[in-house]
Design a binder for this molecule. Structure first.
Ligand SMILES: NC(=O)c1ccc[n+]([C@@H]2O[C@H](COP(=O)([O-])OP(=O)(O)OC[C@H]3O[C@@H](n4cnc5c(N)ncnc54)[C@H](OP(=O)(O)O)[C@@H]3O)[C@@H](O)[C@H]2O)c1
Length: 323
């Protein structure tokens, strides 16, 4: 598997990240280990979990994803090979939704404890917190980096202007900046007024900011629950628009031509973007994982690329139209 630069860190990470959000809850331990093994065998070295995963699933009040990731890392002896990302800031159990500095430090310690590791390679602010001064948030993250418990920072579900503001504060104070963003991002674009319960979709402004300032984009929910390649998954609410009907047809045509699952085409389209883009894969079976990993080997002809990009695209470059 190829690698993609992570912001301006000077490091590169696997071009497809694996999200074990439901591992240990909806996906049982044995299957989760098989999926992690298969991803590793395919060359994948980048995992994306969070302190809250997946405490909203019935019967799972305790976070199960981080402990399972930690167990797998230890059992396979691969901790040093893997880039491990986690997140904090959403409320769960008795923890409020907040980026209060004390909570940041508390949740870093708890995540490290759950995973049984000493350092989080990439820590995301999982939400924005308008009630805590961004100076305090960036200072707390900076302290964690100084202490060696965190190596790099990312922002998820934070509006573009707030990420830009936080990074300006970091630059002025000599603190580490957000090197990447993890938004809700897929090939289909949602309605402007669609709401996703705290999950922020990408905007053109966010894409432009990342482009201008070398932040890597890590799209989450990249297959929109697999809707590009299975009949039992209609386009999710908030995405039912006329452009998206055309876009789905474009995906189906390209998938048929190439003999692959439509989800692989949507993922390959993300990998094909000029800007560093690393989809975060969600899967529950080996078949899905294999289909999605196939995206790494797909390439598009100019005509296919024009077809896919010609309908509507975030951060779409007008000049492409004139080539
Ligand atoms: N930062 C955030 O706020 C945030 C939010 C959400 C997710 N994430 C991250 O992003 C990762 C992925 O999110 P997600 O699970 O929402 O992604 P997704 O791509 O929207 O959905 C994944 C689900 O789609 C179905 N699917 C995927 N590939 C398929 C294929 N080839 N064929 C058929 N079905 C397929 C499967 O559904 P079934 O399992 O039902 O079969 C799979 O579990 C998470 O693990 C997490 O790390 C982050």
């Amino acid at each position: 598997m190829d690698t993609t630069p992570l912001g301006r860190t000077g490091e590169s990470v696997s071009e497809l990240c694996l999200g074990p959000m439901y591992f240990g809850s909806r996906v049982d331990r044995e299957t989760s280990f098989e999926l992690l093994d298969r991803y590793y065998e395919a060359g994948g070295r980048f995992l994306d979990t969070a302190n809250i995963y997946a405490t909203w699933v019935d019967g799972y009040d305790e976070p199960e994803s981080e402990p399972l990731v930690g167990e797998w890392l230890a059992e396979r002896g691969v901790r040093d090979e893997m880039t491990v990302a986690t997140k904090l800031g959403f409320g769960y159990q008795e923890v409020p939704a907040s980026l209060d500095p004390d909570l940041i430090h508390q949740e870093i310690d708890r995540s490290l404890d759950r995973m049984g590791i000493d350092t989080i390679d990439l820590l995301y602010a999982h939400v924005d917190d308008p009630d805590t001064p961004q100076t305090d948030v960036m200072a707390a993250f900076g302290e964690a980096v100084d202490a060696g418990t965190v190596r790099h920072l990312g922002a998820s579900n934070v509006p573009a202007w707030r990420i830009a503001r936080a990074n300006r504060i970091a630059a002025e104070r000599g603190l580490p900046r957000f090197e990447c963003v993890q938004p809700r991002f897929s090939y289909l674009i949602p309605d402007r007024d669609a709401g996703f319960e705290g999950q922020l979709p990408t905007t053109d402004e966010l894409v432009d900011y990342c482009d201008q300032h070398d932040l890597t984009l890590l799209p989450y929910s990249p297959t929109l629950q697999g809707c590009y390649g299975r009949d039992d998954r209609p386009v999710p609410e908030g995405y039912v628009r006329s452009e998206n009907r055309l876009k789905l047809r474009a995906i189906e045509d390209v998938a048929e031509r190439k003999g692959v699952n439509g989800n692989a085409v949507a993922l390959a389209w993300m990998l094909d973007r000029d800007q560093p883009t690393i989809p975060v894969l969600g899967v529950s079976t080996l078949e899905q994982l294999d289909q999605n990993l196939a995206a790494a080997d797909l390439s598009f002809t100019d005509a296919e690329r024009r077809r896919l990009n010609g309908i509507e695209s975030y951060g779409f470059d007008q000049w492409d139209m004139r080539d």
